[in-house]
Design a protein around this ligand. Sequence first.
Ligand SMILES: Nc1nc2c(ncn2[C@@H]2O[C@H](COP(=O)(O)OP(=O)(O)OP(=O)(O)O)[C@@H](O)[C@H]2O)c(=O)[nH]1
Ligand SMILES: O=C(O)[C@H](O)COP(=O)(O)O
Length: 223
Amino acid sequence: MIKPIVIIPLRAAAGTLGRLADAFDPRQRRGLQRAMAQDVVAAARTLRPVPDVALVAEDPLSARRLAGRRGLVVEAAPGAGLNLHLACAVAILGAHRPDTAALVLAADIPMVQPREIVRLLRATAEHDLVVVPDRHGRGTNALAFRLARPPAFAFGPDSCLAHIDNANRAGLTVRVLELGSFALDVDGPEDLDLLRGSPGAPRTHAFLTGAGPDDEDAHQAAE
Ligand SMILES: Nc1nc2c(ncn2[C@@H]2O[C@H](COP(=O)(O)OP(=O)(O)OP(=O)(O)O)[C@@H](O)[C@H]2O)c(=O)[nH]1
Ligand SMILES: O=C(O)[C@H](O)COP(=O)(O)O
């Protein structure tokens, strides 16, 4: 099997997790963002063969520490928006490996389980685009496709439906795949409450219980 690539977008820490501003100061929000991203990167790296991991990041220095020495970092122009960032990154990453399966995973789904990442990867063999919805069925927490046939990215309100519509219009076959460990993306306090009562996400739990480092230099992705 050709080694897949896992693409993880990362907004600049200053702009992220705005709905948790009442609960966490900026430094804590940055620590939470990094702990969640670290859980996602670590889950991806348990797959065999180990996929390439590319962080598409508005803050490349911070992303470099998170990616570790084996990870790729694609620098994203601050403020251009998630959809443009992903389209550019996929064009760059696909130039030399069009047949590669690509999985775009949100960085705020720290409960993600390796066996469900494998299910998502397998689904790319039968569909041009696989869309994994959030727990509300409206947002998109992951996408899978071949780098040679990327979808039109439509993150934003009702992105699940938008991704399906765009794919249909482009003549891509599309499947919606519900995966339990992908369903909870951490946006607001209610998501954190759900996360606190759930298994998985070891680095995020450690951060939330105060057992994990909140200094970003101490956050190195598992290699
Ligand atoms: N590269 C990049 N990543 C982004 C951008 N916006 C969001 N992301 C990432 O996309 C994923 C989903 O983010 P969202 O839940 O939409 O937004 P957020 O950054 O957490 O901010 P809130 O809307 O305040 O919750 C996370 O991995 C973010 O880091 C962007 O403009 N560029
Ligand atoms: O579908 C989306 O755009 C992403 O899942 C983000 O949605 P959110 O802002 O509700 O997390």
